[in-house]
Design a protein around this ligand. Structure first.
Ligand code: TYM
Length: 323
């Protein structure tokens, strides 16, 4: 059976990009695959962070993941930091990875350019992400397009490890949703919608619905008035078409509009139709944080049972003494 894995980082409030690019596609895979999903709280330590806020955001993200359909009774849902094998395998993989290939990662280049001091973990983060994936022998990794390079690096590291030390890991591949692999900022449709950028063009999953409608109605569109899908020439309109397509499951090619106004109105309606029930489900989960924590603890126990044998095999293959 296909083993699917994906993690989500609690480094800010989750956005519509996270929902359409990863959370919703991940939830849909529950029907056909054996799925492991996690809250990558260790990854949230790669930039300056506030401990109390990290705890809050980890629980918020877990609640939103469940509200988006990642049902913990049908998959393993766990906090990364509760499974020590992640940090341990990350070090082993760092010992097979090259400084140059880490420096070449686009996310490292972009994020390090915005900071005065760069945490070392920002550079080594792709080795931890590779550990996340390889520990569970995942074959498919549902992610947005921004994570494709990290999954490719994971493949490279898995193949290199297997060549050097013997066949321990399954090389994975990234899978992207058809329409919304890269949801763009509504106010600046040449930049990715991001939870770490404060922009009037970011839709947060917990935004009140009137704010969601306002942000979409004010979305930057392009010169001219024809509605056509052309991400290079018409990034604003193309972004709205992609969002509408992802929310309604109608392929972009079948969406036909003759005015920006109606496209915006239909997009706002479709996004709100998705967010309203999600926010209701989230509110009832958030009202009982103790139960949410218990669900995550149980998930961590199952994750440890899956991850530990892979870690042990990797250590053996590398010549480390058995405990
Ligand atoms: P993160 O937390 O930044 O994003 C979570 C998921 O949301 C996707 N995403 C988007 N998709 C479409 N449009 C957007 N604007 C958009 N913004 C974010 C991301 O591609 C991601 O799938 N390093 C990862 C988390 C991670 C991980 C892993 C993922 C850690 N270990 C192992 C897969 C496998 C990250 O920070 O995602």
């Amino acid at each position: 059976m296909t083993r699917v894995l994906s993690l989500f980082t609690p480094s800010g409030h989750p956005t519509l990009g996270n929902l359409l690019g990863a959370l919703r596609p991940s939830a849909r895979l529950l029907r056909t695959a054996d799925c492991v999903y996690g809250i990558s709280d260790l990854h949230a330590l790669t930039g300056g962070h506030d401990p109390a806020r990290l705890r809050e955001r980890s629980l918020e993200l877990a609640g939103l993941a469940i509200a988006a359909g990642i049902d913990p009774s049908r998959c393993v849902l766990f906090p990364q930091s509760n499974v020590p094998a992640h940090a341990e395998l990350s070090y082993l993989l760092e010992s097979t990875a090259h400084y140059g290939e880490m420096q070449r990662m686009i996310q490292f280049k972009e994020k390090s350019a915005r900071q005065d001091t760069v945490r070392l973990s920002l550079l080594t983060y792709p080795a931890l992400m590779a550990a996340d994936i390889l520990l569970y022998q995942a074959t498919e990794v549902p992610v947005g397009a921004d994570q494709a390079q990290h999954v490719e690096l994971t493949r490279d590291l898995a193949e290199r490890f297997n060549r050097l030390y013997g066949p321990v890991f399954t090389p994975p591949r990234a899978v992207h949703p058809p329409a919304a692999a890269r949801v763009m900022d509504l106010a600046d449709p040449t930049s990715k919608m991001s939870k770490s950028v404060d922009s009037p063009g970011t839709i947060l999953l917990l935004d009140p619905v009137d704010a969601v409608r306002r942000k979409i109605m004010r979305a930057v569109t392009d010169s001219g008035s024809s509605v056509s899908y052309d991400p290079e020439g018409k990034p604003g309109v193309s972004n709205l078409l992609a969002i509408l397509s992802a929310c309604t499951d109608v392929p972009v090619a079948e969406l036909s509009y003759d005015s920006y106004g109606t496209l915006k109105k239909d997009t706002a309606d479709a996004v709100i139709a998705l967010l309203e029930p999600l926010q209701r489900r989230y509110a009832s989960l958030a009202a009982d944080p103790a139960s949410l924590q218990a669900v995550l603890r149980a998930g961590a126990e199952r994750a440890r049972a899956l991850a530990d044998p892979t870690l042990a095999a990797a250590k053996r293959a590398m010549g480390l003494l058995a405990a």
